[in-house]
Design a binder for this molecule. Structure first.
Ligand code: NOJ
Length: 896
């Protein structure tokens, strides 16, 4: 029986005891600095009031009404890590009434832990395309693959981390260091995946901006991400709002704490922000093994415990399941809360049509062969059976994958139009990153090694490669005179000797991932190699530049690199960032290198000249201190280009930078008002309509009894209680006499009476007050390929500059929309449209607790002029349009 080379979960479990994540002795929580508050918010708002979900909730409620107590609690929790067929998360079922076990599966770039799937380019690569059509096309293909494998829930997209810290380990799973780029890409990904009948999961809510100390363990609290209200709304919650607006079916909480309260039981985050303000209708799950409490998390709004176990897994323990059954019977968890959890889960299943013809799970995350342990966590007591059907779900998705990989490739530098290369040039290729890992592309479980072309980072956000199209193979297909020096050390002898015609292509990379693995001394975050190329890549480039006149550097990377050691060397003619291309690393790159297509990718982050161009809160990882590590976002809304612009620091390459083989010009820009911004505040929201509710009576204890004669799987997590435990709990519940019982001290003022929502003015629909999503301004601009040789695609990025005397401190410019042309032949042009919504023109006002558009009409005595800047990078802005005079002009001095 072949076991998949995926030790992710074992290592995660072991990492609970890893000295890098645990201080050893029990530690106290350190105080969260003043001003960072996670105020209690109860009760947890019901789902089902939003129009587009009403029908699914009605069906769900009818089904949940038929469930026993133990069935309801069963579907809210996983059956245990490594337990059952055989996804990374397997919820409990209620088969008696027709509700299946749900399969929850990683990763954010393709179906993880299986075969015959596509390994798509990573999120960061997808973001670098700045192409909405491609982002959506990738999601459609991924959704089809998840469905084809029988996975109900796609554990992506990831938008948290947002990419605040360049060293952060998991930034590459998301789309780039900007909330709007993340939000647009997340919404399109959710749409594409969910249209295939698969529930998407936007994650991780919120503040998981570094890997080190992210996780609570029995000896140490995870760090607290201390985020002020405005920063939270304008940066970190922003993409979640877009995801909820797109109708996302589930949300995963983060490992860490936010403002002192663990994310999986943080009532401020889940009840207040997500369910009340953003009007989220689906279900909220914990990240794996981060579910810390039974009653507190239920009251705080958590709906699903994943993978079901306590922090120390594999002992059959759980914060919920049988405990949740007990807590409902004894009155600790109100019945309506459980009903809401179960209904939200079942409603999501209906919402995406999973009640009709959904394929059965046909793969096993931990077994490669046809047969294997049905419940690996129960070894040696697990039965063996058929677990893999090897269903090929790839179809023609390689094409989409290749297009994304290709259109993401970002040309940073191209002196004297050195690229594209002629296939006649003799090529000398350096660096192990040019070819696939000789031990096999999948030889390291969870891709936790860096050997060969880097196609993805490591951790749970990966997929197996069905094959690996490596750069050297694609180059050799086109060029006869190629030599690969397959080493990261520059050879002592160059044979043949360098000539002036030779072109040296140097491949370097930088890797990162989840801190369940340490790779070459990097604990998830890039804490050892930092922002330098791995394997002495800088030296390799420098040496090549000493020996060859013409050097092209190709970089596969999880994020920004400091390129200063070599970027200005005269021999370094061109630099391509190919990001993380997934399986399609070769042809996509060769198409760019040899000019079949012009590069059209743009940087989804800034590349600074040095790490400390950012303040410590961004450039440093929170290191171990006494007590709970505190990651305080003292830079506020100023990350990436927002910070650099404010400080007047010129990066080496700015956010959005990316060259082409051709040139583009903007002509004929027009701005128009689509909807008048008639008041600074959006129209007042309406109260939520009442929703039907199921009985709130404590159900009879018999609904929790373990069925007589049932043969349990060892360590599997069930939701039943023994008859005596159930009877005891029920007696407490109905007597209301909790003396001496294990009931929960409710927070002061706790009430089960639902709020109408009007106390949260920014709410009112999915994603918030629906007026926030109204288009206010539209800019149309014609882009022309002004070159004479190469065709190419142009990216237009729209940045907003707030009115000068807005009364709020705002970043100089902020990305608000982007568009990409189709491939334009020389001389050809295309008109693209960019839209700015009310929210894009608003600031989060912490006093009003609402979005305020400072340039709105009304007697506020202030300037009403927003400037919309259009360009191909945050530092290359060609055109500006005014929202008041509706004039657009070119050739003006940009603001940064
Ligand atoms: C760990 C990760 O943080 C999350 O992103 C992933 O989806 C789950 N656990 C499941 O593997």
């Amino acid at each position: 029986m072949a076991v998949r080379s995926n030790l992710m979960w074992l290592t995660l479990a072991l990492s609970l005891f890893d000295p890098t994540c645990s201080a050893g002795p029990v530690r106290q929580r350190a105080a969260v600095p003043d001003g960072f508050v996670a105020a209690p918010y109860y009760p947890s708002p019901y789902g089902g009031w939003e129009d587009s979900w009403k029908e699914s909730f009605a069906k769900a409620q009818a089904l949940v009404d038929k469930m026993t107590l133990a069935e309801k609690t069963n579907i809210t929790g996983g059956s245990g890590i490594f337990m059952g067929k055989a996804c990374v998360g397997n919820s409990g079922s209620a088969y008696r009434v027709g509700f299946p076990q749900l399969c929850l599966q990683d990763g954010a770039l393709g179906v993880g832990n299986t075969d015959h799937n596509t390994a798509f380019p990573a999120g960061i690569t997808t973001g670098a395309t700045f192409d909405k059509d491609l982002i959506y096309a990738r999601a459609v293909a991924m959704g089809k693959e998840f469905r084809g494998k029988g996975a109900h829930v796609f554990l992506g997209p990831s938008v948290g981390p947002l990419g605040r810290k360049p060293l952060g380990g998991r930034n590459w799973e998301g789309f780039g260091s900007d909330p709007v780029l993340q939000g647009i890409a997340a919404a399109l990904t959710i749409k594409g995946v969910q249209e295939q009948g698969v529930i998407a999961t936007i994650k991780h809510l919120i503040g998981n901006e570094q890997e080190m100390y992210r996780m609570y363990n029995p000896f140490q609290p995870g760090y607290s991400a201390n985020i002020d209200d405005r920063t939270l709304h304008e940066l970190y919650l922003w993409p979640f709002a877009d995801g909820v607006h797109a109708g996302v079916g589930s949300v995963m909480t983060a490992y860490n704490a936010v403002n002192g309260s663990a994310a999986s039981q943080n009532a401020y985050l889940i009840n207040n922000l997500l369910k009340e303000e953003l009007g989220f209708q689906g279900f909220v799950m914990s990240d794996w093994l981060s579910h810390l409490s039974g009653v507190a998390s239920a009251l705080a709004g958590l709906d699903m415990s994943m993978p079901g176990d306590t922090q120390i897994p594999l002992f059959g323990g759980s914060p919920w399941k049988f405990h949740l059954t007990e807590a409902v019977l004894n009155g600790s968890v109100p019945v309506d809360r459980l009903n809401d959890m179960a209904t939200r889960i079942v409603a999501a299943w209906y919402q995406f049509g999973q009640d009709r013809d959904f394929p059965a799970v046909n793969f096993h995350s931990y077994v490669e062969g046809e047969k294997g342990l049905l419940y690996p966590g129960a070894v040696p007591a697990s039965p063996i059976g058929k677990v893999n059907w090897f269903v090929d779900v790839q179809a023609d998705h390689a094409q989409v994958a290749r297009q994304v990989a290709q259109d993401a490739i970002t040309l940073l530098k191209n002196d004297d139009d050195f690229l594209p290369l002629s296939t006649k040039s003799p090529l000398r290729v350096f660096g192990s990153d040019a070819r696939v890992d000789p031990k096999g592309a999948n030889s390291c479980g969870s891709r936790a090694c860096n050997r060969g072309t880097l196609g993805m980072g490591w951790g749970s956000g990966v997929a197996n490669y069905p094959y690996f199209d490596d750069p050297i193979t694609a180059i050799k297909k086109r060029v006869e005179d190629v030599k690969l020096y397959d080493s990261d050390n520059f050879p002592l002898i160059l044979n043949p000797k360098p000539t002036d015609d030779d072109v040296a292509i140097v491949f370097i990379n930088s890797d990162a991932g989840e801190n369940s693995f340490t790779v070459e001394g990097n604990h998830g975050d890039r804490d050892k190699d930092r922002l330098s190329a791995w394997h002495n890549g800088d030296k390799l480039v420098q040496k090549a530049a000493e020996k060859y006149k013409n050097v092209v550097v190709v970089v596969h990377t999880v994020g920004p690199l400091i390129v200063e050691p070599w970027i200005d060397l005269p021999a370094v003619k061109a630099v391509l960032f190919a990001h993380l291309p997934g399986q399609e690393a070769g042809e996509s790159l060769a198409n760019i290198l040899f000019g079949d297509a012009s590069p059209s990718g743009h940087l989804p982050y800034s590349i600074t000249k040095k790490e400390d161009d950012f303040p410590d809160s961004i450039s440093k990882l929170v290191k171990e201190i006494i007590g709970q590590p505190q990651d305080t976002y003292s830079e506020g809304i100023y990350i990436d280009y927002r910070w650099l612009n404010k400080q007047g620091i010129k990066p080496r390459y700015a956010f959005g930078h990316g060259l082409s083989y051709t040139t583009f010009n903007h002509t004929d820009a027009h701005i128009k008002i689509v909807n008048a911004l008639s008041s600074p505040l959006p129209p007042a929201r309406q109260p939520k309509p009442d929703v039907p509710v199921l009985s709130t009576e404590i159900p009879p204890a018999s609904e929790a009894y373990e069925p007589a004669g049932f043969k349990k799987v060892w360590r599997y997590i069930y939701s039943w209680l023994s008859k005596s435990d159930a009877d005891k709990a029920y007696a407490v519940g109905i007597s209301g006499d909790k003396t001496g019982s294990k009931t929960y001290p409710y927070p002061a003022g706790y009430s089960t009476v639902q709020k109408s929502g009007v106390n949260v003015p920014a709410g009112g629909g999915q994603g918030g007050n629906q007026a926030l999503f109204d288009t206010i301004l539209q800019v149309d601009v014609t882009v022309q390929n002004t070159g004479s040789v190469h065709k190419g695609k142009a990216s237009v990025q729209a940045y907003v500059q707030f009115p000068e005397d807005s009364g709020y401190d705002t970043p100089i410019i902020q990305l608000r929309d982007f568009a990409k042309t189709t491939e334009l032949a020389p001389g050809n042009s295309e008109t693209v449209t960019l839209k700015l919504r009310r929210k894009d023109l608003s600031v989060w006002d912490t006093k009003l607790q609402n979005w305020v558009a400072p340039g709105a009409e009304g007697d506020n005595g202030r300037s009403k002029r927003y400037v919309v800047w259009l360009g191909e990078a945050s530092d290359k802005l060609f055109t500006r349009c005014f929202s008041d005079t509706l004039v657009c002009e070119r050739g003006v001095e940009p603001p940064v």
